[in-house]
Every structure is written in structure tokens, then in C-alpha cells.
Write a protein of this length. Structure first.
Length: 368
């Protein structure tokens, strides 16, 4: 039998270890030409096409809306019209695939992985993999995983359709919170002082949004808080050399986090221009990988939705995220909430950082 050619998930961005199969463009067993579209995949940063590396017959059995590891095969191209691989469970695995010997995996996890054709590549960055982790991977890929009581699927619920971006987000957050020690600190801002400051800035530069001036204030303060502009990995703390702040946006085109690069070196007006340009690209569905990569800190604004308090969730390879809450009419104030990884910082540092941001928003921001 002729050797088959693997169709692997390409690495589109250095920070993405996984992708979701959005849709297949062909059926398994179909004859395809070289460079013919096979599938559409999505990462946290981009949607992209996967094409046939050679002509022949394509074989796969992974359904749409499953998570796959970057570098892993999702299909095989054979010169013959018969499947050239052993398809175990819902994975597509070469017949000669070597067993997993990685010491990160428990024995029970390895047995379950073998039963379902799951490779070590599907657990990038995990320090330890147990049975529960493998069962979650099986569930995410659409295979039935055992649940409490031994049943295969719940009888009192129906599957909830999720977008590819939400599936990726869930997998990323699971990895982050498996290791992180999340903590939260909040301070209140005097709404009257804040609005007076925004008016003064508008008189000097034109209207600036609360999000834009908060990004500027946070970027300036982070120079004194390297622990909040970094991340914790494998027992070691790291701080980024530059401050690049992402801001969460979700206006009907799925959640994205475009990044204002080198924000600490920009004026409020320069940050405002960057935020507006990135927001316009989001609305036009033109955000590229470079627009969403390299963030060292994140700001998320739910003030426009009337949320007077919420707890932001940490992003991958970041130690902190700042949330902007809506104003409370009762006391004419609003909260700033900082979620942070307690492995790299602490509550007093977080509170001190928030005080500096609050002072900048209430007392005035430099117009440099």
C-alpha cells in the first residue's frame, strides 16, 4: 500500500497551540487535487483554510467543531481509494503511530488515550495529565465520555451549539485556570471627578472614551508593576519588556482582543487612534494575527452593558486583567476590578496599582 501524506494543522501564530475545525469542504474518501480546499479552521487570532498537500483521496473522521492540536494530523491523502490509516475512536492516527511515553501522563490517562486514539500533542503545555483531562478532551472532540452514574450522555439536557471561537476560548481558559491562583481586588472611582477629567481631555484633544483613557492610565502605571505585566510558567515568574495592552471587544463577530502595542510610549490621543482603528478592523472582519498578538495586559469594559460589578478572567500568558464597571447612580461612583495571578503578585500590589490608575482617571491624565 502506498504511503499516505498527512494533512497537519499549521501554526498560524506562535501563541496558538490549538485550533477548531469550523467545517469540512469535502467528504472523507473524496478524490481531491493538490491545493484543493479541505477544511476551514479557526484559532484565537484567525480563521484560515487548510488545503490538500497533494492529489489523491482524502480520509478523515474528525467532525466539525472539535479542537485539534497545532502540528497534529487531521486527515491523510492516499494515492489509493481505500483508507490508509487506522481510525481509532474519532481520531485519525497513522497505523505506525508510536505509543505515548511522556512522563507527564498518568497510567490510567495513557490507557484512556490509547482507547480513544488521542496523542500527547493534544495536551500542549500541560504539566500533568490525568484521566479527567483526557475525558474532557474526548468530550471536546465530540466523543462520548463517561459521566457520573456510568451513562454516556445526560438525559435531562441537550447539546448547546457553540461557535469555534467559544470552543477555543473554553479550552484556553481551562488551561489557564488549571494552574493559576486567581485573585481579585476592586476600587471605586468618583464618577463626577472622572467626567470632569474626560471633559478636560476632550477640550484639549477631542472626545476620548473611558476605555481609551483607562488603557493610557494602566500603561503608565504598569511601568512600576512588572509583576502585573508578565506571567508565571513552570515555577518561574517573567515580566515583559514592553507594555502592550489588549482590549476585549465583542460586537456580534465573536470575542476578540486586539492589542495596542507599546502602549506605555503612546499619548492618550495616539492610544485613542489605535483603539478606533483596531475596532474598525474588527467590524470589517479585517483583524489580522499581528493585531491580536503580543498583548501583555488586558482591559475589558462592560460599563456600556450596565454591569456595576464583574470579575474579569485571566488571559493566557498574562498575569492580570483590568475590568471597567458601569456607574452606580446611588453613590455616583464606578468600580475598577483587577483580576491577577497570585503566584506572581499579591493583593497589596494589585490595590496599589488600582489606586494609581484611579488617581490618573480622577485627577487628570497628561496630554503628552
Amino acid at each position: 500500500m502506498a504511503e499516505a501524506t498527512a494533512v497537519v494543522v499549521p501554526r498560524i501564530n506562535t501563541n496558538d497551540d490549538e485550533a477548531v475545525i469550523v467545517s469540512w469542504a469535502v467528504r472523507s474518501g473524496t478524490a481531491v487535487a493538490a491545493d484543493q480546499l479541505l477544511a476551514v479552521l479557526e484559532t484565537t487570532k484567525a480563521t484560515f483554510d487548510v488545503k490538500a498537500p497533494a492529489g489523491g483521496y482524502v480520509f478523515f473522521n474528525l467532525p466539525a467543531k472539535v479542537t485539534v492540536a497545532v502540528g497534529a494530523p487531521i486527515a491523510w491523502i492516499s494515492a489509493e481509494p481505500t483508507a490508509p490509516v487506522t481510525m481509532s475512536g474519532d481520531a485519525t492516527t497513522p497505523a505506525s503511530a508510536a505509543p505515548v511515553t511522556d512522563g507527564r501522563f498518568s497510567r490510567k490517562a495513557l490507557r484512556l488515550m490509547k482507547d480513544h486514539g488521542i496523542s500527547a500533542a493534544e495536551f500542549p503545555g500541560a504539566a500533568r495529565v490525568e484521566v479527567a483531562d483526557v475525558e474532557l478532551r474526548i468530550a471536546n472532540r465530540g466523543a462520548p465520555a463517561a459521566v457520573a452514574g456510568g451513562s454516556q450522555t445526560p438525559v435531562d439536557a441537550a447539546p448547546l451549539e457553540q461557535t469555534a471561537s467559544k470552543i477555543i476560548e473554553a479550552a484556553m481558559l481551562e488551561r489557564v485556570y488549571r494552574a493559576a491562583v486567581p485573585s481579585t481586588v476592586a476600587v471605586s472611582i468618583d464618577e463626577h471627578k472622572l467626567q470632569e477629567n474626560l471633559k478636560a481631555l476632550a477640550a484639549a484633544h477631542g472626545p476620548l472614551s473611558l476605555l481609551e483613557v483607562t488603557i493610557h492610565a494602566a500603561a503608565a502605571a504598569l511601568a512600576d508593576y512588572p509583576d502585573l505585566n508578565g506571567y508565571y510558567l513552570d515555577g518561574h515568574a517573567f515580566t515583559y519588556r514592553k507594555v502592550s495592552i489588549g482590549f476585549a471587544i465583542n460586537a456580534g463577530r465573536s470575542l476578540k482582543v486586539p492589542v495596542v502595542h507599546d502602549a506605555a510610549a503612546r499619548s492618550p490621543l495616539e492610544i485613542a487612534r489605535a483603539v478606533r482603528e483596531l475596532s474598525l478592523r474588527y467590524m470589517r472582519d479585517e483583524l489580522g494575527s499581528a493585531d491580536q498578538s503580543g498583548g501583555t495586559f488586558t482591559v475589558t469594559d462592560l460599563s456600556g452593558y450596565g454591569a456595576v460589578h464583574f470579575i474579569p478572567v485571566l488571559n493566557q500568558r498574562q498575569a492580570a486583567i483590568l475590568g471597567i464597571c458601569g456607574a452606580r447612580a446611588a453613590d455616583n461612583s464606578r468600580d475598577l476590578v483587577l483580576s491577577f495571578d497570585h503566584r506572581i503578585s499579591d493583593g497589596m500590589r494589585a490595590a496599589s496599582f488600582l489606586r494609581e490608575v484611579r488617581e490618573a482617571l480622577e485627577a487628570g491624565i497628561s496630554g503628552r
